[in-house]
Design a protein around this ligand. Structure first.
Ligand code: AMP
Length: 143
């Protein structure tokens, strides 16, 4: 698999290296999960493999098992944490699809009957709200 188009300066690479802050809810040897700063809904979380790839198209297939095991764990946790009716999983590849950050990631978004998603990369959430939501997800993951 090629990493030729992977930019090590992308924002998630910086988060993974600890160069910029994030509201982390989960970390293991292969995967990190943290709050999306422009949530499309309450509890919008991103699940990110540590291995560098631009998106799903150039990722090593060995990335997907550990990644999606965490996607499921986080989806179950956010559903419990926010008493959601469902969970949307989204993943974008290249600008035409809506991708804006070029390090593979999966969106996990709690859903509530009758409440539509907010726009993709819309308004910034307040840090204290993200911190509070992250704490709820961490508690659900630990339960
Ligand atoms: P995508 O369009 O699938 O590449 O999604 C990138 C996501 O990253 C968007 O939902 C943004 O709101 C989110 N995002 C951008 N910068 C940050 C950041 N510093 N911390 C957390 N999420 C971010």
């Amino acid at each position: 698999m090629t990493e030729v188009n992977y930019d090590t300066g992308n924002i998630f690479a910086k988060i993974l290296r600890g160069e910029i802050p994030s509201h982390r809810v989960y970390e293991d040897k292969a995967v990190v999960a943290f709050m999306d700063v422009m949530p499309q809904g309450l509890g919008h979380t991103l699940v990110v493999p540590k291995a560098p790839s631009r998106n799903l198209l150039d990722a090593n297939p060995s990335t997907f098992g550990p990644l999606f095991a965490v996607v499921q764990k986080v989806a179950q946790a956010v559903k419990r944490a926010f008493d959601a009716d469902g969970v949307t999983i989204m993943q974008f590849n290249e600008p035409a699809s809506g991708q804006t950050v070029y390090h593979l990631h999966v969106h996990v978004i709690p859903r509530f009957d009758g409440i539509p998603l907010k726009p993709h990369t819309g308004a910034m959430e307040k840090p204290e709200v993200l911190a509070r939501n992250a704490e709820k997800i961490r508690a659900a993951l630990a339960a």
